[in-house]
Write a protein that binds this ligand. Structure first.
Ligand code: RFL
Ligand code: PHB
Length: 399
């Protein structure tokens, strides 16, 4: 038996994009349902991003999601860039006229959003299976799924948002031939760890070392997060905790500074990829976040882009569904893609400048070092990094 119902917006995926979209629509009086194939506990524990642009922070505050972020988030006014054994500071506030970034984990944003949506009486169906979107040539697309108890549902929607990440089903449900993909693979991966040890630095350290990139970041005053460049096909089983700490200490070493180690609670290897699918819309099916684009994590842009997409999409859907105005929905893909391509360039640039390409020769290595020396010695070059890192174009949102 299939249970039929209707809603205004069907949202596939309870990641940051889907959850924030549901919240923003509710603020404007638009009803939605969110379907998610994982459990609530899994969504709340999945270790991913940690760094928010100033505009993302301001957006979350404006829409009533800032309370815990303001209490627990760590505001940073810059980063360290390390290469040739020396560490240099970039002061974002000075370079950009006061902009900053905040460390507040994606897991916490997801927890805050799930709690707020459920408290407001919203429907989030966790642990669904066989999600499908259909009738995409009509003004009444349908969302089909089987709920955790085994009942099949068919929801008639005014619009569907594919917020189902890179491996979701919505992008592939678009008509064949519509989507153009532009992509780059990178010949290395990131090994990331979460460790129960206070951060050894007040701000993030991005380090180019001749044996590979390393990043020191953090989650809280008690928890550090660190990443190492490893070969693309590396097996996590080959990296004991001792080997990870030894390699991090070796790459991040500078005279007079010590990396504190501690017990590792999580470790995983993630591939690096740039991927942009366009257009991000077919009629009343809209893609947002990782469902449409992926950036390598070096620029810390993925989560920020996902939240920026749904901010634009919430406005577009409000115009479409409340005022019958199609203009903003028609412009959604182009509007989002212009921000996406800026972040795609920045992430590719940061990645290429800081990682050791196993195929590069002396010429490539010298170009990287020259670029790094330029960034730390020229105010114009440093400002380029700072204004992209803190968010370009700065996100704005009117509640
Ligand atoms: P998500 O988070 O992947 O959520 C998609 C959700 O859709 C569900 N889903 C389905 N649900 C129902 N039916 C189906 N058929 C479904 N298929 C999938 C999935 O279970 C999931 O819950 O996408 P979203 O919302 O677009 O959010 C994107 C961000 O998660 C991502 O861009 C960032 O995590 C990227 N990223 C970073 N971004 C930053 O802005 N700053 C950072 O510091 C940062 N660091 C990172 C990162 C990503 C990393 N990894 C692991 C890729 C560090 C790492 C290591
Ligand atoms: C993180 O805190 O996980 C993080 C921060 C900055 C990055 C990537 C990841 O560039």
């Amino acid at each position: 038996m299939t249970v039929s119902s209707r809603t205004q917006v069907g949202i596939v995926g309870a990641g940051p994009a889907g959850l924030l979209l549901s919240h923003l629509l509710a603020l404007r009086g638009i009803e939605s349902i969110v379907v998610e194939n994982r459990s609530r506990a899994y969504c709340e524990a999945r270790q991913r991003a940690g760094l928010l642009e100033a505009g993302t922070v301001e957006l979350l505050r404006t829409v009533g999601m800032g309370e815990r972020m303001d209490a627990e988030g760590l505001e940073h006014g810059g980063i360290y860039l390390q290469f040739e054994g020396e560490r240099h500071h970039l002061d974002f506030r000075d370079l950009t006229g006061g902009r900053w970034v905040t460390i507040y984990a994606q897991t916490e944003i997801v927890k805050d959003l799930i709690r707020a949506r459920l408290a407001a009486g919203a429907t989030i169906e966790f642990e669904v299976s066989d999600t499908e979107v259909g009738d995409l040539d009509t003004e009444r697309p349908v969302l089909r799924f089987t709920d955790a108890g085994g009942t099949r549902h068919e929801v008639a929607c005014d619009a569907i948002a594919g917020c189902d990440g890179f491996h979701g089903i919505c992008r592939d449900s678009m008509p064949p031939g519509l989507i153009q993909v532009a992509e780059r693979g990178y010949p290395y991966s990131w090994l990331g760890i979460l460790a129960s040890v206070p951060p050894s630095s007040d701000e993030l350290i991005y380090c180019r070392h001749e044996d590979g990139f390393a990043l020191h970041t953090m989650r809280t005053p008690q928890v550090s997060r660190l990443y190492l460049q490893v070969p693309a096909d590396e097996d996590i089983e080959d990296w004991s905790d001792d080997r990870i700490w030894a390699e991090l200490k070796h790459r991040l070493e500078v005279p007079g500074w010590e990396l504190k180690d501690g017990s590792i609670s999580e470790k995983a290897i993630s591939p690096m990829r740039s991927f942009v699918a366009s257009p991000m819309r077919y009629r009343r099916l809209f893609l947002a976040g990782d469902a449409a684009h992926i950036v390598p994590p070096t620029g810390a842009k993925g989560l920020n882009l996902a939240l920026a997409d749904v901010t634009v999409l919430a406005k577009a859907l409000t115009s479409l569904l409340k005022e019958g105005l199609a203009g903003p929905a028609d412009a959604y893909s182009d509007t989002s893609l212009s921000r996406v391509w800026r972040a795609t360039h920045f992430s590719w640039w940061m990645t290429s400048m800081l990682h050791v390409d196993p195929h590069a020769d002396q010429f490539g290595a010298q170009l990287q070092l020259s670029q790094l020396r330029y960034v730390i010695s020229s105010r114009a070059a440093a400002t380029t990094l700072a204004e992209n890192y803190t968010g370009y174009f700065p996100l704005t949102f009117q509640a």
